[in-house]
Design a protein around this ligand. Structure first.
Ligand SMILES: Nc1ncnc2c1ncn2[C@@H]1O[C@H](COP(=O)(O)OP(=O)(O)OP(=O)(O)O)[C@@H](O)[C@H]1O
Ligand SMILES: [Mg+2]
Length: 524
């Protein structure tokens, strides 16, 4: 019998009506407390027939209903996979991500994934709140979860490896996609109160990378290798019992790329940067509080460490104390008192700082890099920069020819030129910072081309060389003059000595002869 189109529809319609009627009867008349038994037995019965296992990953977990990390990672993993396969997608516009539009599968959508030849199904679901209350935020009670379905024969593979794989991949994508942040510490007066924080941040958007950094390629490679080793060194650090952190000291003259190096490191490692302004920190306890609030996978930077902390402070304080003792009970000079009040601004000491880098608290969080920069490495206290605190000392030096080649490639897209040998020689004879070289290489107008930029660099280098030579000459002259004066003084001192000796001799001789006369006189 062939049914007509209309008849099929009417039959389906009546079947649906029957099912709905039975379901409504069940909902209304079946005792509530017996329902769980029914459900249990139905599940047991279908368990024999239905060979699949389901695992759910709820969005909210834990005591305070925190968003579960696993849920986030899995969703990221699935977004990367599902946007090609799922038909109904949910779009989210994220503010803080490198990929502002994130597509993920919509509720009740199912996608398949394959792992080592095994097929699994993922679906996104949400349970609506039981009590239908009218609220301004209707979805706040909604519980979302992801369900993983697989054949029970693959149970071991899925629970032991597949889930780990999904979490790891998801986390990796999250790390790649996140926008780095640049934090700076607020003065402690602003720490408390509504929505106040110890650190404020902006998005970190420095374009510096290791490719664009001009320095000796061997040195650069060594630094990149060091960072790689650190990044993958979790187990190693645990094995040797060391906190998972590393300190770098960047030193060198101004404009040699210390700050650029920090930015390149942050971009390479995908770490946030905490730029610690020590002068805004009042005392050691505040320093510790700031440290605790930094996240892992971050770089903590203290720029110009020689300027921001008075490392000779302790000695100075001692001296002041001695002076005070000398003063005795004398009333204090009001000006001095005011100065002291002002000095109370920052009481961070060297030992406080050492504790910050190296103390027990510094291990909390893990995976941290601490960087100090300075123009004068010799000014720093050896305790501050010993290995273990600052593990690697990196000298950023004046522009060498290798560094110049990187700059000229970046700025002018030139790899060789007839002026290169001249520049190489001049760079060897002068001390020019990469910042100055870069400035010369940058075209200042649209009519300037590579040739003219290189020529202007040669001119600047020659000028710098001339200036350096003049200065060296002047210094040599001054030294010569000083040496001459010194010699003269010495000579004069010798002559004076000689004269004084002679005078003394004459005096004693006269004395002797006078005594002789006297003696003779008395004898006769
Ligand atoms: N090694 C370098 N490679 C590429 N660019 C550099 C390098 N050094 C300096 N520059 C350029 O010069 C500018 C200044 O460099 P940077 O701020 O990194 O110097 P610095 O060593 O931190 O100086 P300071 O000691 O004064 O803080 C940068 O914006 C960058 O463009
Ligand atoms: Mg700098």
């Amino acid at each position: 019998m062939v049914l007509g189109f209309g008849e099929v529809w009417s039959q389906i319609g009546s079947l649906m009506a029957t099912i709905m009627f039975v379901y409504a009867m069940y909902e209304q008349f079946f005792p509530y407390h017996l329902r769980s038994y029914v459900k249990k037995y139905i599940q047991k019965f279908t368990g024999h027939m239905y060979p699949y296992i389901q695992i759910t990953f709820p969005e909210l977990s834990g005591e305070r209903l925190k968003r579960s990390e696993a849920y986030g990672s899995i969703r990221t993993y699935l977004s990367a996979n599902s946007s090609q396969r799922a038909k109904r997608l949910k779009a989210e516009v994220l503010k803080d991500s490198q990929t502002p539009l994130v597509l993920s599968m919509d509720d009740n959508e199912e996608i398949t994934d394959e792992f080592q030849g095994v097929k699994v199904w993922w679906s996104a679901n949400a349970t609506l709140p039981k009590t239908q209350s009218i609220s301004w935020y209707p979805t706040s009670d909604e519980k979302r979860f992801l369900t993983l379905t697989f054949h029970r024969r693959h149970r071991d593979l899925i629970t032991a490896s597949y889930i780990q794989h999904v979490l790891k991949e998801g986390k990796k994508i999250e790390v790649q996609n996140r926008t780095l942040k640049l934090y700076t510490n607020n003065p402690s007066n602003d720490w408390y109160g509504y929505k106040r924080t110890k650190w404020s941040h902006v998005n970190f958007e420095h374009p510096s990378r290791f490719d664009t950094l001009a320095m000796d390629p061997k040195k650069k490679e060594a630094i990149v290798n060091d960072l790689d080793k650190f990044k993958n060194g979790k187990d190693y650090y645990a094995k040797v019992g060391k906190a998972w952190k590393r300190g770098y000291l960047l030193y060198g003259p101004p404009g040699t790329g210390k700050s650029s190096m920090i930015a390149a490191m942050a971009n390479y490692m995908n770490y946030d940067v905490y730029d610690l302004e020590l002068t805004a920190v009042k005392e050691n306890t505040e320093l510790r509080k700031l440290l605790i609030e930094t996240s892992s996978r971050s770089i903590i930077v203290i720029e110009d460490i020689d300027c921001s902390l008075d490392l000779t402070g302790q000695r100075k304080k001692k001296k002041e104390k001695e002076n005070d003792d000398e003063d005795g009970d004398k009333p204090k000079n009001p000006v001095k008192k005011a100065e002291e009040e002002e000095n109370k601004g920052s009481k961070v000491t060297l030992s406080g700082l050492l504790n910050f880098i190296d103390g027990i608290w510094s291990a909390c969080g893990g995976e941290r890099i601490i960087i100090f920069t300075t123009n004068y490495v010799e000014k720093l206290d050896p305790a501050l920069i010993r290995r273990g605190r600052m593990d690697k000392h990196i000298e950023m030096s004046y522009c060498c020819f290798e560094a110049f080649k990187v700059l000229v490639k970046n700025y002018l897209d030139v790899e060789s030129h007839t002026l290169f040998p001249t520049i190489e020689k001049l760079l060897g004879d002068t001390n020019m910072s990469p910042a100055d070289v870069a400035e010369n290489l940058m075209p200042k107008s649209i009519v300037e081309d590579a040739e003219s930029c290189l020529k202007s660099l040669v001119e600047s280098l020659e000028e710098a060389k001339k200036k350096a030579e003049e200065e060296a000459e002047k210094k040599a002259k001054e030294d010569e003059e000083a040496a001459r004066l010194k010699e003269e003084n010495e000579k004069k001192a010798k002559e004076d000595d000689e004269a004084a000796r002679l005078k003394e001799e004459v005096k004693t001789n006269i004395g002797k002869s006078e005594e002789g006369v006297k003696e003779n006189g008395t004898i006769h």
